[in-house]
Write a protein that binds this ligand. Sequence first.
Ligand SMILES: NC(=O)c1ccc[n+]([C@@H]2O[C@H](COP(=O)([O-])OP(=O)(O)OC[C@H]3O[C@@H](n4cnc5c(N)ncnc54)[C@H](OP(=O)(O)O)[C@@H]3O)[C@@H](O)[C@H]2O)c1
Length: 284
Amino acid sequence: MKILITGSQGQLGTELNQILTGAYPAGTVVTTDIDSLDLTDAKAVKNFISAGDFSHIINCAAYTAVDKAEIEKSQCTAINVDAVSNLAGAAADISAKLIHISTDFVFDGNQNVPYKESDKTAPLSMYGATKRRSETVALGLNPDTIVIRTGWLYSPHGSNFVKTILRLATKDESIGVVYDQIGTPTYARDLANMIATIIAAPQWLSGIYNYSNEGVASWYDFARAIIDIRGLNTMVKPLLTNEYPTQAKRPAYSVLDKNKIKATYQIEIPYWRDSLAECLKLMD
Ligand SMILES: NC(=O)c1ccc[n+]([C@@H]2O[C@H](COP(=O)([O-])OP(=O)(O)OC[C@H]3O[C@@H](n4cnc5c(N)ncnc54)[C@H](OP(=O)(O)O)[C@@H]3O)[C@@H](O)[C@H]2O)c1
């Protein structure tokens, strides 16, 4: 077994690297990020992968700046679609299994029951649209692909909602957060553990799977939980989406139905507030 993690310096890549290097013998896990392998460079990707003899490739790289993507459309497409095409094609050439990460933002949020993998996609944003295209490209070019849709990812690394709220809460007496967008936070460490479970599983079942933590929250609830667990006194004011305009449209409801991944891999998923508390302990 030889595993390549791309985007290894991002939130998920960092967690996954820690877990897999702890689980497998030295030399099994190889990591790259944009400084060592720019995935938009088709030739470099082909050369690197064909020389690598990888059994598994986990793509944690992406363009994740959801609002900026509305302006930087070509950069977003290059990283979220073209790079995935380069990677999936090169993986197929060496018969490597590919795990690619996608998002709950592939949905329009008009449902009021959790989204199944088979539900109709209708992304509202450039980011969501490119991630949806990446799913089709990855599955089309490499039949041995598992796509995991996740949402509201956070960790002690990089930039994310938890870090933003902690920063604002320590300098402002009151902050406003939207309460009419509903989803589920996902601790990147839990998702990384899920990926490790998939790699170690006796059989490989390609296709799309949903994964987030358990439970449901609005961004307001998420912010309140961060502040409460940290014991801060900052007031959180609930806002409507139209009171907090952003460049990119986001789904009002993007809760994911996780029954497929739970049944396939016989796993239990941690409740989002428990995982948040665990992550915050590491951020003291
Ligand atoms: N963050 C979320 O809330 C969220 C929600 C749902 C799904 N996801 C998906 O989950 C996955 C992991 O997200 P994340 O939050 O861990 O992402 P992240 O922290 O933004 O990390 C992405 C990594 O990819 C690297 N990268 C960017 N362009 C690249 C290129 N051309 N070649 C190689 N590497 C490149 C980035 O480098 P730079 O930092 O230098 O650009 C960064 O290290 C992504 O597929 C994302 O779309 C994320």
